[in-house]
Design a binder for this molecule. Structure first.
Ligand SMILES: NC(=O)c1ccc[n+]([C@@H]2O[C@H](COP(=O)([O-])OP(=O)(O)OC[C@H]3O[C@@H](n4cnc5c(N)ncnc54)[C@H](O)[C@@H]3O)[C@@H](O)[C@H]2O)c1
Length: 345
């Protein structure tokens, strides 16, 4: 089997700790090059993982390295320029979540990707957990009936990442765009990706740049960024064309325990995870079933799906249209919170 060639753009934490280990597990993919605006970092990354070429920019990489697709692992605000450059060079694109730092950037990416007609997939890893995949199959087979409501949360009591994450110019926003994208995306996926029409949301900036001791935080490669203009938390409700709705909460800092869950309500049954429990009725009695799902390397599964799509020509489960729609939801949440009113998506 021919090896698929991938080049990594962004030699930071997610590339180092999650994407490279996934590539290292397979022998049908070759990582041909890496680029980072911090060239020393790109060179160190190449040396550590035995990658033949390192570059100081996406453009340099695209002009000099062979690849079938690029794996974009840069700041949110750099997703659009890197993806647009890749599309113009005719390369496929696997792009870390969120698609972009703004809807405007996402729409420009969409135009360029469609013009170039290159494969694109948004890397939304939580779709690939066994419990999400099992529940998706059950919902698709109609076991829960019609899905009319869902709620989800990805909240931390104190867990604001350090570095560019808190600088809106580089991140596009705080926990909504960082964590909300995960829990809203996987819930929307389970609901069958209905068309969003309206959103009502609020955001809080009450806690800010706290100095709490003894708490763990994700630290970006450049942790000296001092800008801090992102929200602490947000919550709201997204309404869909089919009448269903999705309630969400996302926070980096709140004065309550953090949680991560998705709950789906259907006309025949319901479900909640983590861990997955399916609520139903059998022989006139209520049942709570807890399937044994195990765990998976969700980054491996996500990359595996993209490679499968490249080889077969199948459409990824989180392709361009869904990525743009997800960005419209994120944009609607921020607009609604800013304008203190329900907005159309
Ligand atoms: N799927 C997940 O669970 C998950 C978890 C963490 C981060 N992420 C995403 O991964 C991306 C990277 O996050 P991270 O934590 O690795 O950040 P990071 O700061 O550790 O690494 C980002 C790297 O990108 C480089 N960079 C920025 N702009 C660039 C450009 N235009 N060209 C080349 N290099 C550029 C930076 O120099 C840095 O080395 C973000 O989009 C983030 O949302 C996803």
């Amino acid at each position: 089997m021919n090896k698929i060639k991938v080049a990594i753009i962004g030699a930071g934490n997610i590339a180092r700790s999650c994407h490279m280990p996934a590539y290292n597990k397979r022998d049908d993919v070759e990582v041909t090059a890496v680029a980072d605006i911090n060239f020393e970092r790109a060179k160190a990354f190449a040396a550590d993982f035995g990658i033949p070429k390192a570059f100081a920019s996406a453009e340099e990489l695209l002009s000099n390295a062979e690849c079938d697709y690029v794996d974009i692992c840069v700041w949110n605000g750099s997703h659009a320029p890197c993806a647009i450059a890749a599309a113009r060079h005719g390369k496929g694109i696997l792009c870390e979540k969120p698609m972009a730092a703004s809807l405007e950037d996402a729409l420009e990416m969409q135009r360029e990707i469609e013009k170039a007609d290159v494969p694109f997939m948004l890397a939304v890893c939580t779709r690939y957990s066994p419990q999400v995949q099992l529940l998706k199959q059950m919902i698709t087979e109609g076991k829960l009936g019609d899905i009319y409501f869902a709620k989800t949360a990805y909240t931390r009591r104190r867990g604001t990442p350090r570095g560019w994450f808190t600088d809106t110019k580089k991140s596009g926003g705080g926990p909504v765009i960082d964590l909300g994208v995960h829990c809203i995306d996987r819930t929307w996926y389970l609901m069958g990706n209905p068309r969003p029409v309206r959103v009502s949301a609020s955001a809080s900036y009450a806690i800010g740049d706290y100095q709490t001791k003894g708490v763990g935080r994700w630290v970006a490669m450049d942790s000296d960024v001092t800008a801090f203009d992102t929200e602490d938390s947000a919550s709201g409700i997204v309404h869909f064309e089919n009448g269903a709705s999705l309630m969400f909460e996302a926070s980096w800092a709140q004065n309550a325990p953090g949680e991560s869950f998705t709950q789906i309500l259907g006309s025949k049954g319901g479900a909640r995870f983590d861990p997955l429990t399916v609520y139903g009725e059998e022989c006139g009695y209520l049942t709570d079933n807890t399937p044994t799902c195990g765990t998976a390397d969700v980054f491996y599964e996500e990359i595996d799906h993209f490679i499968h799509c490249l080889r077969t020509g199948e459409k990824p489960i989180s392709g361009l249209d869904q990525a743009v729609t997800m960005q419209r939801i994120l944009d609607g949440i921020y607009r609604s919170a800013k304008e203190h009113k329900e907005v159309e998506i």
